[in-house]
Design a protein around this ligand. Sequence first.
Ligand SMILES: *Cc1c(COP(=O)(O)O)cnc(C)c1O
Length: 326
Amino acid sequence: MNRNHDVTLSDIRLAHDRISHLVKKTPLLKANVLSEHTGIAAHLKLETLNEVGSFKVRGAANKILQLTKAEQARGVTTYSTGNHGMAVAHIARELSIPAVICISNRVPYAKVSMLQRLGASIEIVGNGQDDAAQRCQQLKEQEGLTIIPPFDDRDIIAGQGTIALELLEDLPEMEEVVVPVSGGGLISGIGLAIKQIKPDVRVTGVSIAAASAMSESLKEGRPVEVPEKATVADSLLGGIQLDNRYTFSMVRQYMDRLILLSERSIIDAMVFLLENERVVAEGAGAAGTAAVLKDAETMKQSAAILVTGNNLDWQQFYQAREGEWG
Ligand SMILES: *Cc1c(COP(=O)(O)O)cnc(C)c1O
């Protein structure tokens, strides 16, 4: 591995300054009921309060702001299960840059209509992220658009890592951080910053048991694919890419453990957050809370739990609650 190409703490600090005019610091909520339930001091990092409802604006802003003027003028494109696409659309619009979002037909309707409102051009292609990724490649080759990757990219990872700087500032006594994992961009950035600045803080990842490409890849010792599944945590779907360059090795290096969750536990955590903490979280966004509720006895005393997104398909949520899944 070429060490010169690794993401560094200084990349994350620079990213924090670079994006600060587009991405505001998010609040850290003392979660009183969750703390009572679990016996730990639980804090919720409300990434749901970012514009367009997820942390993905951090990476998108950090990437797009570093394109040349000529690249920005030609435009950007991405494939996404939704939140990354929305973040790219939002940041592109803020900077007056054209954006084309390629998504699969599994993406919930709420996310598609949101993308339309954000003013992006939308292309719906195929059944999974692979088809959408191919279309992006075409747009790059034929029209000169820049692909903004969802996770396996230095600038994206550094952007997501800015969350760790805010956590360390707001919760200096933090002993554990709980982070949902899909492609691993989020936990790679956070893990890197935490282990450089305060290595004693435990970095706990969380995925869905039924479809965790990262978990299977860690077991196999190399990136592998898993079949996509219908899940209430749709933002955690998708592979880690067989040609993964950064996140697989960073997750191996910085993640201390990975907790796998059932559908039911995620739905219960969504309800718990709504009823007890007045926090709206989509499935992936509630996954950290689900892990804390499930494994409270293994958690350290002072924990920060990432609530990563709030783009909820309410219809799907009600159906899930009725027990169609789980
Ligand atoms: C993208 C996303 C994740 C996972 O982030 P990765 O960098 O792919 O691991 C978790 N929660 C939400 C809401 C997301 O949109």
